[in-house]
Design a binder for this molecule. Structure first.
Ligand SMILES: NC(=O)c1ccc[n+]([C@@H]2O[C@H](COP(=O)([O-])OP(=O)(O)OC[C@H]3O[C@@H](n4cnc5c(N)ncnc54)[C@H](OP(=O)(O)O)[C@@H]3O)[C@@H](O)[C@H]2O)c1
Length: 201
Protein backbone atom coordinates (compact mmCIF):
# COMPACT_ATOMS: atom_id res chain seq x y z
CA UNK A 1 0.00 0.00 0.00
CA UNK A 2 1.27 3.47 -0.92
CA UNK A 3 0.03 6.51 0.94
CA UNK A 4 0.03 10.27 0.56
CA UNK A 5 -1.05 12.49 3.40
CA UNK A 6 -3.76 14.96 2.45
CA UNK A 7 -6.17 17.18 4.33
CA UNK A 8 -9.16 16.63 2.07
CA UNK A 9 -10.99 19.51 3.75
CA UNK A 10 -8.51 21.77 1.93
CA UNK A 11 -9.44 22.41 -1.70
CA UNK A 12 -5.88 22.98 -2.95
CA UNK A 13 -4.66 19.80 -1.22
CA UNK A 14 -7.43 17.86 -3.01
CA UNK A 15 -6.13 19.18 -6.33
CA UNK A 16 -2.55 18.25 -5.40
CA UNK A 17 -3.72 14.74 -4.39
CA UNK A 18 -5.49 14.31 -7.74
CA UNK A 19 -2.41 15.40 -9.74
CA UNK A 20 -0.12 13.15 -7.67
CA UNK A 21 -2.45 10.14 -7.94
CA UNK A 22 -2.70 10.34 -11.73
CA UNK A 23 1.01 10.88 -12.18
CA UNK A 24 1.91 7.94 -9.92
CA UNK A 25 -0.95 5.63 -10.98
CA UNK A 26 -2.06 6.38 -14.54
CA UNK A 27 -4.34 3.30 -14.51
CA UNK A 28 -6.04 4.22 -11.23
CA UNK A 29 -9.67 3.15 -11.44
CA UNK A 30 -11.27 3.49 -8.00
CA UNK A 31 -11.94 6.54 -5.84
CA UNK A 32 -13.20 5.91 -2.28
CA UNK A 33 -14.48 8.99 -0.47
CA UNK A 34 -14.19 7.74 3.10
CA UNK A 35 -12.85 10.59 5.25
CA UNK A 36 -15.45 11.99 7.61
CA UNK A 37 -16.00 13.59 11.00
CA UNK A 38 -19.05 13.70 13.24
CA UNK A 39 -19.76 16.45 15.76
CA UNK A 40 -22.37 17.18 18.40
CA UNK A 41 -23.61 20.71 17.68
CA UNK A 42 -26.08 22.63 19.81
CA UNK A 43 -27.61 25.42 17.74
CA UNK A 44 -28.89 27.10 20.92
CA UNK A 45 -25.24 28.20 21.33
CA UNK A 46 -25.28 29.97 17.96
CA UNK A 47 -22.04 29.48 16.00
CA UNK A 48 -19.98 28.50 19.06
CA UNK A 49 -19.59 24.81 18.08
CA UNK A 50 -20.10 25.05 14.33
CA UNK A 51 -16.47 25.20 13.16
CA UNK A 52 -14.64 23.79 16.21
CA UNK A 53 -12.71 20.58 15.39
CA UNK A 54 -13.34 20.85 11.64
CA UNK A 55 -16.00 21.81 9.13
CA UNK A 56 -18.34 18.86 8.46
CA UNK A 57 -19.84 20.41 5.34
CA UNK A 58 -16.40 20.93 3.77
CA UNK A 59 -15.04 17.49 4.72
CA UNK A 60 -18.11 15.22 4.52
CA UNK A 61 -19.80 16.78 1.50
CA UNK A 62 -17.75 19.37 -0.38
CA UNK A 63 -14.65 17.11 -0.50
CA UNK A 64 -16.37 14.03 -2.03
CA UNK A 65 -18.22 16.22 -4.53
CA UNK A 66 -15.00 17.99 -5.60
CA UNK A 67 -12.95 14.76 -5.70
CA UNK A 68 -15.68 13.03 -7.74
CA UNK A 69 -15.58 15.90 -10.23
CA UNK A 70 -11.78 15.85 -10.41
CA UNK A 71 -11.48 12.08 -10.96
CA UNK A 72 -14.56 11.32 -13.11
CA UNK A 73 -13.08 12.27 -16.53
CA UNK A 74 -10.02 10.09 -15.80
CA UNK A 75 -12.11 7.19 -14.47
CA UNK A 76 -14.30 7.27 -17.58
CA UNK A 77 -11.22 6.39 -19.67
CA UNK A 78 -10.69 3.15 -17.69
CA UNK A 79 -12.36 -0.07 -18.89
CA UNK A 80 -13.83 -0.64 -15.41
CA UNK A 81 -13.98 1.95 -12.66
CA UNK A 82 -15.84 2.93 -9.51
CA UNK A 83 -16.49 5.79 -7.15
CA UNK A 84 -17.40 4.68 -3.62
CA UNK A 85 -19.20 7.27 -1.48
CA UNK A 86 -19.28 6.51 2.25
CA UNK A 87 -22.54 7.86 3.65
CA UNK A 88 -24.35 6.47 6.74
CA UNK A 89 -27.59 4.95 7.99
CA UNK A 90 -28.08 8.42 9.47
CA UNK A 91 -28.51 9.71 5.89
CA UNK A 92 -32.00 8.17 6.02
CA UNK A 93 -33.02 9.09 9.56
CA UNK A 94 -31.14 11.81 11.47
CA UNK A 95 -30.01 11.99 15.09
CA UNK A 96 -30.59 15.53 16.34
CA UNK A 97 -27.36 15.67 18.37
CA UNK A 98 -25.44 15.39 15.08
CA UNK A 99 -27.48 17.83 12.96
CA UNK A 100 -24.88 18.84 10.36
CA UNK A 101 -23.29 15.39 10.10
CA UNK A 102 -26.65 13.79 9.26
CA UNK A 103 -27.42 16.53 6.74
CA UNK A 104 -24.05 16.03 4.96
CA UNK A 105 -24.68 12.27 4.70
CA UNK A 106 -28.22 12.81 3.37
CA UNK A 107 -26.75 15.23 0.81
CA UNK A 108 -24.06 12.73 -0.19
CA UNK A 109 -26.73 10.03 -0.58
CA UNK A 110 -28.68 12.34 -2.91
CA UNK A 111 -25.49 13.20 -4.83
CA UNK A 112 -24.71 9.47 -5.22
CA UNK A 113 -28.10 8.89 -6.87
CA UNK A 114 -27.67 11.71 -9.37
CA UNK A 115 -24.00 10.97 -10.11
CA UNK A 116 -24.92 7.31 -10.75
CA UNK A 117 -27.60 8.40 -13.16
CA UNK A 118 -25.25 10.79 -14.99
CA UNK A 119 -22.59 8.07 -15.34
CA UNK A 120 -25.00 5.27 -16.27
CA UNK A 121 -23.63 4.89 -19.82
CA UNK A 122 -19.97 5.02 -18.79
CA UNK A 123 -17.57 2.48 -17.28
CA UNK A 124 -17.85 4.16 -13.87
CA UNK A 125 -20.04 2.55 -11.22
CA UNK A 126 -21.16 4.70 -8.30
CA UNK A 127 -21.41 2.61 -5.13
CA UNK A 128 -22.82 3.96 -1.88
CA UNK A 129 -21.56 2.48 1.36
CA UNK A 130 -24.05 3.40 4.10
CA UNK A 131 -22.85 1.69 7.30
CA UNK A 132 -24.85 1.27 10.48
CA UNK A 133 -23.07 2.14 13.74
CA UNK A 134 -19.60 0.60 13.54
CA UNK A 135 -17.09 0.42 16.38
CA UNK A 136 -14.31 2.68 15.04
CA UNK A 137 -12.53 5.83 16.17
CA UNK A 138 -15.46 7.97 14.99
CA UNK A 139 -16.51 10.54 17.56
CA UNK A 140 -15.47 8.52 20.62
CA UNK A 141 -15.80 11.71 22.68
CA UNK A 142 -19.53 11.87 22.04
CA UNK A 143 -20.04 8.12 22.40
CA UNK A 144 -18.29 8.30 25.82
CA UNK A 145 -20.31 11.36 26.84
CA UNK A 146 -23.58 9.61 26.02
CA UNK A 147 -22.42 6.61 28.03
CA UNK A 148 -23.08 4.28 25.11
CA UNK A 149 -22.20 0.72 26.01
CA UNK A 150 -23.14 -0.54 22.55
CA UNK A 151 -20.53 0.80 20.10
CA UNK A 152 -21.82 -0.84 16.96
CA UNK A 153 -20.76 -3.84 14.92
CA UNK A 154 -17.07 -4.48 14.28
CA UNK A 155 -15.31 -3.10 11.20
CA UNK A 156 -14.60 -6.68 10.11
CA UNK A 157 -18.31 -7.56 10.24
CA UNK A 158 -19.30 -4.52 8.20
CA UNK A 159 -16.48 -5.02 5.65
CA UNK A 160 -17.66 -8.60 5.13
CA UNK A 161 -21.22 -7.36 4.60
CA UNK A 162 -19.94 -4.76 2.14
CA UNK A 163 -17.86 -7.30 0.18
CA UNK A 164 -20.83 -9.69 0.01
CA UNK A 165 -22.95 -6.81 -1.27
CA UNK A 166 -20.38 -5.99 -3.95
CA UNK A 167 -20.35 -9.64 -5.10
CA UNK A 168 -24.13 -9.52 -5.39
CA UNK A 169 -23.79 -6.41 -7.57
CA UNK A 170 -25.51 -4.08 -5.10
CA UNK A 171 -24.97 -0.36 -5.66
CA UNK A 172 -26.15 0.74 -2.22
CA UNK A 173 -24.71 -1.34 0.58
CA UNK A 174 -25.92 -0.94 4.15
CA UNK A 175 -26.84 -3.80 6.47
CA UNK A 176 -30.15 -5.40 7.47
CA UNK A 177 -30.95 -2.69 10.02
CA UNK A 178 -30.31 0.23 7.68
CA UNK A 179 -32.09 -1.54 4.83
CA UNK A 180 -35.16 -1.40 7.07
CA UNK A 181 -34.70 2.38 7.39
CA UNK A 182 -34.09 2.74 3.66
CA UNK A 183 -37.36 1.01 2.85
CA UNK A 184 -39.41 2.68 5.62
CA UNK A 185 -42.59 4.58 4.84
CA UNK A 186 -43.10 8.22 5.80
CA UNK A 187 -45.06 7.12 8.89
CA UNK A 188 -42.23 4.73 9.87
CA UNK A 189 -39.74 7.58 9.50
CA UNK A 190 -41.74 9.85 11.79
CA UNK A 191 -42.02 7.10 14.41
CA UNK A 192 -38.31 6.26 14.16
CA UNK A 193 -37.38 9.93 14.47
CA UNK A 194 -39.35 10.11 17.72
CA UNK A 195 -37.68 6.93 18.98
CA UNK A 196 -34.15 8.05 18.05
CA UNK A 197 -34.54 11.63 19.31
CA UNK A 198 -36.00 11.54 22.78
CA UNK A 199 -36.51 14.49 25.16
CA UNK A 200 -33.23 13.49 26.85
CA UNK A 201 -30.93 13.87 23.83
N1 LIG B 1 -18.26 4.38 12.63
C1 LIG B 1 -19.53 4.52 12.34
O1 LIG B 1 -20.43 4.20 13.16
C2 LIG B 1 -19.95 5.03 10.98
C3 LIG B 1 -21.27 4.84 10.58
C4 LIG B 1 -21.67 5.33 9.34
C5 LIG B 1 -20.77 5.98 8.52
N2 LIG B 1 -19.46 6.15 8.93
C6 LIG B 1 -18.57 6.87 8.02
O2 LIG B 1 -17.44 6.07 7.73
C7 LIG B 1 -16.34 6.90 7.35
C8 LIG B 1 -15.11 6.46 8.08
O3 LIG B 1 -15.28 6.73 9.47
P1 LIG B 1 -14.78 5.73 10.63
O4 LIG B 1 -15.96 5.21 11.31
O5 LIG B 1 -13.74 4.79 10.10
O6 LIG B 1 -14.15 6.82 11.63
P2 LIG B 1 -12.65 7.11 12.03
O7 LIG B 1 -12.05 5.91 12.62
O8 LIG B 1 -12.73 8.36 12.87
O9 LIG B 1 -11.96 7.43 10.65
C9 LIG B 1 -12.14 8.65 9.99
C10 LIG B 1 -11.14 8.75 8.87
O10 LIG B 1 -11.27 10.04 8.24
C11 LIG B 1 -9.97 10.58 8.11
N3 LIG B 1 -10.02 12.05 8.12
C12 LIG B 1 -10.63 12.84 9.03
N4 LIG B 1 -10.44 14.15 8.70
C13 LIG B 1 -9.70 14.15 7.56
C14 LIG B 1 -9.19 15.17 6.73
N5 LIG B 1 -9.42 16.48 6.99
N6 LIG B 1 -8.47 14.82 5.63
C15 LIG B 1 -8.24 13.51 5.36
N7 LIG B 1 -8.70 12.49 6.10
C16 LIG B 1 -9.42 12.82 7.20
C17 LIG B 1 -9.20 10.05 9.30
O11 LIG B 1 -7.83 10.13 9.02
P3 LIG B 1 -6.77 10.27 10.22
O12 LIG B 1 -6.84 8.99 10.96
O13 LIG B 1 -5.48 10.49 9.52
O14 LIG B 1 -7.22 11.42 11.04
C18 LIG B 1 -9.70 8.62 9.36
O15 LIG B 1 -8.99 7.81 8.46
C19 LIG B 1 -16.78 8.35 7.66
O16 LIG B 1 -17.19 8.99 6.47
C20 LIG B 1 -17.98 8.15 8.59
O17 LIG B 1 -18.88 9.22 8.54
C21 LIG B 1 -19.04 5.68 10.12
Amino acid sequence: MHTKQCDVADRSQRETLYEWALKEYPNLNVLVNNAGIQKEIDFKKGTEELFVDGDEIELNFQAPVHLSALFTPHLMKQPEAAIVQVTSGLAFNPLAVYPVYCATKAALHSFSLTLRHQLRDTSVEVIEMAPPMVDTGLNQKSRDKQGLTYRGISSEEYVQYFLDGLKEGKQEITNERVEGLRDATRADYDRLFEQMNTQEN
